[in-house]
Design a protein around this ligand. Structure first.
Ligand SMILES: Nc1ncnc2c1ncn2[C@@H]1O[C@H](COP(=O)(O)OP(=O)(O)OP(=O)(O)O)[C@@H](O)[C@H]1O
Ligand SMILES: [Mg+2]
Length: 193
């Protein structure tokens, strides 16, 4: 491995929060930006993460913890962060996946600030809930490979840029909510029916 090689562990406490999709999409975004990128999707549970770190902590230099804005996922992320904190890995950054701006706005979902407050990690980025992720997962073709625009794709590119130290702000879920017209239409529907 060259002097400039970065080895990043992408992990979570709870399963199914979006590690594989984030890893695949980040890998492609980083490769598109010119970096030589290798991606490995290993299946390590919480119980043997400390084993992995014991063996590999000379190789793994930094980590990204992925969580969803849900209590069970955040609680399990906290346990993983506890284990990571016993290693030399630094920085440990946070990605909050499956963010729903409207649910956050109506306080039906933990906010970005809530999650960050509980986990106290620097926030690398957020990824919006986006059905295009599910469609592309089922196709077996990561979203960042497709030509179209989609909310999650924009987020993956944002995370990739921030990971390579580009000075770009985190996507703000408050600005990504439904448009005024959508809100108005919904309001009308509730009134009518
Ligand atoms: N931002 C998103 N919006 C919508 N669906 C998503 C999003 N991120 C992930 N998903 C969906 O969630 C499911 C789980 O994602 P993924 O397989 O990446 O999780 P994982 O953490 O790797 O799971 P495991 O712990 O089983 O390895 C997939 O079906 C994926 O399409
Ligand atoms: Mg996976």
């Amino acid at each position: 491995m060259g002097k400039n090689t970065r080895t990043i562990l992408i992990c979570s406490g709870k399963g199914g929060v979006g590690k594989t999709t984030l890893t695949a999409n980040l890998g492609i975004a980083l490769a598109n930006s010119g970096a030589t990128t290798a991606v490995l999707d290993a299946d390590f549970g919480l119980r043997n993460l400390d084993l992995l770190l014991g063996l590999e902590n000379r190789i793994i230099k930094e980590a990204i913890v992925v969580t969803n804005p849900e209590l069970s996922a955040v609680r399990d992320a906290d346990r993983v962060i506890g284990i990571l904190n016993t290693s030399d890995i630094e920085p440990i950054q946070l990605v909050i996946n499956r963010v729903r701006p409207n649910m956050m706005a109506s306080q039906e979902m933990l906010s970005i600030e809530d999650v960050q407050g509980i986990l106290s990690l620097p926030l690398l980025g957020i990824v919006l809930e986006d059905e295009q992720v599910i469609i592309s997962t089922n196709r077996g073709e990561p979203l960042t490979l497709s030509d179209g625009r989609s909310p999650a794709k924009k987020c993956y590119l944002n995370v990739s840029q921030r990971l390579t130290n580009k000075d770009v702000p985190i996507i703000d879920p408050k600005k990504e909510g439904k448009s005024l017209k959508d809100k108005f239409m919904r309001l009308m529907q509730t009134k009518v029916f």
